[in-house]
Design a protein around this ligand. Structure first.
Ligand code: GAP
Length: 462
C-alpha cells in the first residue's frame, strides 16, 4: 500500500539520504530542499527516463538548455510581469502572509484570527540584478517556467535543425517561484525543476494534439510505477486557466496530502510565439497578446501548400520533477508485516528508477576470500550495468537488507562460503551467488557468469 502520510515519507527521506531541508544546520529556509545521495540518483533517473522517452525515442522533438536568469523583456512580453500573481492575504494578528485560496472559514491558517486584509495580487517571480549597477535597467528575473527559453529560441532551433510541423522542443531544469505559502514537503517549493515540451502544431490541429499529449503523459506516469487508481485527469475550469491557456488538463496524483496536480497539459495557442514575434499584425494571431516592438525575430512558419506565414499553436505538457519524485516515492512506499511478525519498510520502485540497482554483499567481512570475490563481482557488474552497483562490506547482512529495502534496491547479491568452495552435498553451488528479490524476498542461486543476463531479463537492469 502506498504511503498514507507525508510524515512517513519525510522520515524515510531524511533517514536514507533522499531529501533534506535546505541549510537545516542554520534552521532551514522555508520552501527549499536539498537532494541527498539517494535522492539525486532517483531524481536523475526520472529526468533521464523523461529525456530518453521525449527526445531520443522520437523523431519530432529536439532538446535545449537555456538560462535560468531571464531578460526582463521576455517576461514582460510573455505576460508574467503583469499577471503571474497569486492573491495574498495578510493576517493582522500574527503577520502571516497566506495565499488567499488556502484560507478556509475566513480564518488565518497560522493563528486562527479573523482579522485579515483583503486579498491583493503578489507577483511570484524572484527578482535579481545583472551587472554592478542597481537600477531598473539591471532588473532581471529567475525564470518561473522553463518554457520561455524554448519560445525565445524557436527560430534558432528551426534554423539549425530544419524541422517540419508538428515538432517539439524539450527542456528540463530549474524554475523559481516565490510561493506565498510553500508546503507539503517538496510538493510546493520555491525552487524546483520542470520537464517541459513545447509541441508546435498547425492551428486547427491543436485540439487533436492536446488530447494526444494528455494520453501520452498519463501513460508515461503509469510506466514510472504510479497506479491507475491514483492518477486522475482533471480539465481546468475556464476561471482557473493561466493567462496563456485556451484549455488545460491536469494530470493529478493522489499524494499523501490529497489529490493534486502532478503535470499540466496546456493548449497555449499562438499566445507565446505571438507575444515574442516581430510584425505581429502580419500573422493573424488569435491570442490576445501585448504589442511587441522589441523582438527582432519572426516566430512564424510557412505553410507548404498555401505559402502563407502563420504563428504555430503550441501544446505544452509540463511536469514537475520534484512532484514526480514525491509521487513515485509515495506510490513505492510499503510497510508490510513479515512471517516473524516484524514490520518491513520497503520502497517498491521500478528498477529503472532505483538509486542503486544492485548491492553485492559478502556474507562475512572478516573472510578475505569472500570479500575479494564480492569486489570482483562488483567490478564485473559495474562493467556491464549502466546504473549504480555498490559493495556492502559492513558484515551485518540483516542491516544491509533493511537499508537496501528502504532505498529500493531491486536486487541484493550475497557471496557465501558455497560460492568459493561448495559443500559436498551441493557441488552445483560453486561459483554461484544468492540473488535476493526486494519485493518477493525470494532467493535464487545464479551462476556468477550469468548475472548480467539474469539482471537484464528479470529486472530490465541494463
Ligand atoms: N510552463 C507551464 C507551467 O509552468 P504550471 O502548472 O505553473 O505550468 C507546471 O507548472 C508544473 O510545475 C506543475 O504541474 C508542477 O508539477 C510543477 N510546479 C509548479 N509550481 C511548483 C512549485 N511551487 N513547487 C513544485 N513544483 C511546482
Amino acid at each position: 500500500m502506498p504511503a498514507t502520510s507525508m510524515e512517513q515519507l519525510v522520515a524515510l527521506c531524511k533517514r536514507r539520504g533522499f531529501i533534506f531541508g535546505s541549510s537545516s544546520i542554520y534552521g532551514g529556509l522555508q520552501g527549499f530542499y536539498d537532494y541527498g545521495p539517494m535522492g539525486v540518483e532517483l531524481k536523475n533517473q526520472l529526468k533521464n527516463t523523461w529525456w530518453k522517452d521525449m527526445v531520443y525515442a522520437r523523431d519530432d522533438i529536439e532538446g535545449i538548455d537555456t538560462n535560468l536568469i531571464t531578460n526582463r523583456v521576455v517576461l514582460q512580453h510573455s505576460g508574467h510581469e503583469d499577471t503571474f500573481t497569486d492573491p495574498m492575504i495578510d493576517c493582522r494578528a500574527c503577520k502571516a502572509r497566506i495565499r488567499a485560496d488556502f484560507i478556509e472559514n475566513a480564518k488565518c491558517i497560522a493563528c486562527g484570527s479573523e482579522d485579515l486584509t483583503e486579498p491583493r495580487p503578489f507577483n511570484l517571480m524572484f527578482r535579481t540584478q545583472v551587472g554592478p549597477v542597481v537600477d531598473d535597467e539591471a532588473l532581471a528575473y529567475l525564470r518561473p517556467e522553463t518554457a520561455q527559453g524554448i519560445f525565445t529560441n524557436f527560430k534558432n532551433v528551426m534554423d539549425s535543425t530544419v524541422p517540419k510541423l508538428p515538432f517539439g522542443i524539450a527542456q528540463m531544469g530549474k524554475a523559481f517561484r516565490n510561493e506565498i505559502t510553500p508546503r507539503n514537503f517538496i510538493f510546493r517549493v520555491r525552487e524546483f525543476e520542470q520537464m517541459e515540451v513545447e509541441f508546435f502544431v498547425k492551428p486547427g490541429e491543436d485540439d487533436k494534439w492536446h488530447d494526444y499529449w494528455v494520453q501520452q503523459r498519463h501513460d508515461w506516469w503509469l510506466k514510472q510505477g504510479l497506479s491507475k487508481d491514483n492518477l486522475v485527469l482533471e480539465a481546468q475550469d475556464k476561471d482557473e486557466l493561466a493567462h496563456y491557456s485556451k484549455a488545460t488538463v491536469d494530470i493529478c496524483y493522489r499524494f499523501p496530502h490529497g489529490l493534486e496536480e502532478l503535470e499540466g497539459v496546456a493548449n497555449r495557442t499562438d499566445y507565446d510565439l505571438g507575444s515574442h514575434t516581430k510584425n505581429q499584425d502580419e500573422f493573424g494571431i488569435t491570442a490576445k497578446v501585448l504589442p511587441n516592438t522589441d523582438s527582432t525575430a519572426k516566430l512564424a512558419v510557412q505553410d507548404i501548400d498555401t505559402k502563407k506565414w502563420f504563428v504555430p499553436y503550441v501544446i505544452e505538457p509540463s511536469a514537475g520533477v520534484d512532484r514526480g519524485v514525491l509521487a513515485v516515492l509515495a506510490e513505492a512506499y510499503t510497510e508490510e508485516t513479515l512471517e516473524n511478525g516484524e514490520t518491513r519498510t520497503v520502497l517498491k520502485l521500478k528498477p529503472h528508477l532505483s538509486p542503486i540497482k544492485v548491492a553485492v554483499i559478502p556474507l562475512a567481512k572478516n573472510k578475505p576470500e569472500l570479500v575479494a570475490l564480492a569486489k570482483e563481482i562488483t567490478q564485473i557488474l559495474r562493467g556491464s550495468i549502466a546504473g549504480r552497483v555498490v559493495l556492502e562490506n559492513s558484515g551485518n547482512i540483516g542491516k544491509n537488507y533493511r537499508r537496501h529495502d528502504e532505498i529500493g534496491t531491486p536486487v541484493c547479491i550475497t557471496v557465501d562460503f558455497d560460492t568459493i568452495a561448495a559443500a559436498d552435498s551441493k557441488p552445483e553451488f560453486k561459483d554461484t551467488v544468492t540473488v535476493r528479490d526486494r519485493d518477493t524476498l525470494k532467493q535464487d542461486r545464479v551462476a556468477i557468469d550469468e548475472l548480467p543476463n539474469y539482471l537484464r531479463e528479470k529486472y530490465f537492469i541494463y
